[in-house]
Ligand binder design. Structure first.
Ligand code: F6R
Ligand code: MG
Ligand code: MG
Length: 362
């Protein structure tokens, strides 16, 4: 069994919230490299916008205390660099004073999966910035349940039975499973509300080895106030009875609107970009996603290939930028700005308290 753990955090931005400083990535490398061949089989340090992602393979299984502590220590290191350079929001996602066995609930986001490595194991790690975990719902649905995206569901006998979606209710902290195609309409009722229901894992029918795993925490729900968006990550295994690499990427060819962007309080398009373009600056965005492709070989990470660095995604980027203009033209009005229940986790309650007396009964 190999485990792939992707643990990410915003530990400081260069400049503002647009990117990370190369010295932070250097510090992460320095801290992880001694672990290659001991605690870790392999690793890569990546980033999207102001979030650093540690992509690690190992044999310690899910939620390993040693792996999570390593990630925690790396983020302490990158925070220290951010502090030395007075970078913006140094240590932003480090919400706890000390490590307590897992990074979950302490600020960093985490997606992990364990599986028996196949003869050839293509995996895509998606990293997004200026959005939240529900952003994956629609693309996951398209990858694993929509035959217009994934013809393999129709054509490939190994996929024809469909997939099982594990959905997490972020408000009640409980999960439910839905099997597609037969539970498709029930599934859509829930995951069509991505601020509350998020797809946590997708499993091939009859298997407990996931094809897809996401990071699902919403810090604002933990903290009860705005603490930055959760800038989610996702791991997807591909090919040989799972969606092909191109089927997994295809949902991103039609940009969707997601929550996040400026001050985590706006709807905007999720733009698929190359690693070089993963630096959201216009209105602190628009939200963007990178796709890092790996072949895993005895746990080693062969790659990454920068999968959205393909001109075939240029039309998606153009559409996303047109959508960005349309949404921006609304300024502070919904549906560019988030609806009221989402604004609860911003300064909204404070403002409401201040002007409360102006409201009189009619
Ligand atoms: C969004 C984000 C930024 C900040 C914005 C204000 O996730 O991180 O849009 O919310 O730049 O930042 P502060 O309040 O730190 O000045
Ligand atoms: Mg930031
Ligand atoms: Mg971020």
């Amino acid at each position: 069994m190999v485990t792939i753990s992707v643990i990410k955090a915003d530990t400081g931005g260069f400049v503002g919230h647009t990117s990370v400083h190369p010295d932070m990535l250097g510090r992460a490398e320095d801290l992880l490299s001694p672990q290659r061949g001991s605690l870790l089989i392999d690793y890569r340090v990546a980033h999207v916008g102001d979030d650093i992602a540690l992509i690690m393979t190992h044999t310690r299984g899910l939620e390993s205390e040693d792996i999570h502590r390593l990630a925690w220590d790396v983020f302490q290191g990158t925070t220290a660099v951010a502090k030395e350079l007075n970078l913006y929001g140094a240590g932003q996602d480090i919400l706890a004073d000390s490590f307590s066995g897992t990074v979950k609930g302490l600020g960093p986001g985490c997606a992990e999966m364990s599986f028996e490595e196949r003869a050839s194991e293509p995996v895509i790690v998606f990293l997004a910035d200026k959005t939240s975990p529900g952003a994956w719902n629609l693309p996951i649905y398209r990858m694993f349940a929509d035959p217009f995206t994934t013809p393999g569901l129709v054509i490939d006998p190994k996929m024809h039975d469909g997939f099982v979606f594990e959905v997490l209710d972020l408000m009640e902290n409980r999960v439910a499973r839905f099997s597609c195609p037969e539970d498709m309409y029930d599934l859509l009722l829930f995951i069509g509300a991505p601020s509350r229901y998020v797809v946590r894992r997708v499993l091939p029918r009859g298997s407990e080895e996931p094809a897809c795993a996401t990071s699902t925490q919403r810090l604002s729900l933990i903290a009860g106030r705005y603490v930055g968006k959760d800038d989610p990550v996702m791991i997807v295994r591909c090919q040989s009875g799972l969606p092909a690499v191109g089927e997994v990427l295809e949902p991103f060819a039609r940009p969707m609107l997601v929550t996040g962007w400026m001050r985590g309080s706006h709807y905007g398009p999720l733009m698929p970009v190359s690693v070089d373009d993963a630096t959201p600056s216009r209105f602190d965005g628009p939200p963007r996603v990178v796709a890092l492709g790996f072949q895993i070989a005895a746990g080693k990470l062969i790659g990454p290939r920068d999968l959205f660095a393909d001109p075939a995604f240029d039309p998606a980027r153009r559409t996303a930028l047109e959508l960005a203009d349309t949404m921006r033209s609304l300024g502070p009005f919904e549906p560019h700005r988030l609806p009221l229940d989402e604004m609860e986790y911003t300064t909204m309650p404070e403002v409401l308290k201040r002007v409360e007396k102006r409201f009189t009964s009619v």
